[in-house]
Design a protein around this ligand. Structure first.
Ligand code: KG4
Ligand code: ZN
Length: 334
């Protein structure tokens, strides 16, 4: 069969990225331009600034990617792009760029769901096998997804309020760590010790999650300690907090693996970079004797390689769109 080269574009939040992936599994080139340093000054992503930055970056990122891949647009088979969910102004920039390229070079246009992208980041590690359970944990999402086969997504549960990454970032903010604080909390958790007792949120038999109560518990704890004239030991807070997150996530994953007779488990999204979560999920899969994978750290947070990898399977499934397609700030994974 002829090799299929998908050019992927991602701009759903604060990363402008372009990548070329061969046959859904082999990364040829990826370029990511991150805006973190700009948004850091505001304590989170400012949508208006994000879209303006995407406008500035998108052409450069695409050109740089083609140069890095040593390829011409003519050699690309199809163009995959994140159409949603995400920040509408940000999505529109990547989508317009993809539409323009598709129109000019007469290439099929493939709109990819952002979460499908995160999941397919794992196909860049090794071929995904089914029935599969995907844990998607990022700044905007916390979902357990069952897949019987490629592109057959069934959501088992998700967060009822905050996403887990959002919770990490808010806890970090309480102790004065700049956005996005998740990675710093992860590093601190390694050196701290269990000191503070925090509630285990939504400790029930559903596949749903809730993180806003945990966030409030951390805020209250910090205020109470301050009122008592005591200083919070940040590393110990990080350890105590991460232990609760790891416990609730692994408990629900473990049950889904049993209930659904899962043979393959994957984790995806920015928080999949978390060491504590990776260690516990690895232990769990090894004791359940099932195969598993985590994306490479650079493909955990938003990137276009994951969109191009997913785009390959969308292409095989003929999920091709006209250039009339619009961006969607929210949309279910289907
Ligand atoms: O997937 P992503 O780039 O954006 C969304 O699609 O939402 O994920 C970004 C999120 C941020 O909340 C960031 O703090 C979190 O992933 N994150 C981490 C770690 N690395 C990134 N959270 C905990 N531990 C980490 N090591
Ligand atoms: Zn994401």
């Amino acid at each position: 069969m002829k090799d299929i080269y998908i050019l992927g574009i991602e701009s759903s939040c604060d990363e402008t990225s372009c990548a070329i992936v061969k046959n859904g599994c082999e990364e040829i080139a990826t370029v990511i331009s991150s805006q973190i340093d700009i948004h850091k000054n505001y304590g989170g992503v400012v949508p208006e600034i994000a879209s303006r930055q995407h406008v500035k970056n998108v052409t450069m990122v695409i050109e740089e990617c083609l140069t890095k891949a040593n390829m011409k647009m003519e050699e690309v088979t199809a163009i995959a792009v994140t159409y949603g969910p995400g920040l509408i102004g940000s999505l529109l920039i990547g989508l317009e760029a993809a539409k323009t390229l598709a129109y000019l070079y007469k290439k099929p246009l493939i709109p990819v769901h952002h979460i499908a992208g995160h999941i397919y980041a794992n196909n860049l590690v090794k071929p995904m096998r089914f029935p599969l359970l995907a844990l998607v944990i990022s700044g905007g999402h916390t979902e357990l997804v069952y897949m019987e086969d490629h592109l057959k997504f069934e959501k088992l549960g998700g967060t009822l309020d905050d996403a887990v990454g959002e919770c990490y970032d808010k806890v970090a903010r309480v102790v004065g760590i700049p956005y996005p604080g998740g990675p710093a909390i992860d590093r601190m958790a390694e050196i701290g010790k269990h000191t503070y007792n925090l509630p285990i949120p939504l400790n029930d038999n559903s596949y749903n999650f809730s993180f806003s109560g945990l966030k409030s518990a951390v805020i209250n704890l910090c205020h109470n300690e301050e009122q008592r004239g005591k200083e919070i030991i940040k590393e110990d807070l990080a350890t105590s907090f991460q232990e609760v997150v790891v416990e609730i996530i692994s408990k629900k994953v473990e049950r889904a693996i049993k209930d659904k007779n899962i043979k393959y488990f994957i984790t995806a999204g920015g928080v999949a970079a978390n060491k504590g979560i990776r260690n516990e999920l690895t232990r769990l899969c090894e004791s359940a004797q099932i195969d598993y994978s985590f994306p490479a750290i650079k493909y955990c947070t938003d990137n276009a390689a994951m969109i191009a990898a997913a785009g390959y399977f969308y292409y095989l499934d003929n999920r091709i769109s006209t250039i009339e397609i619009n961006a969607k700030s929210s949309d279910i994974l289907k």
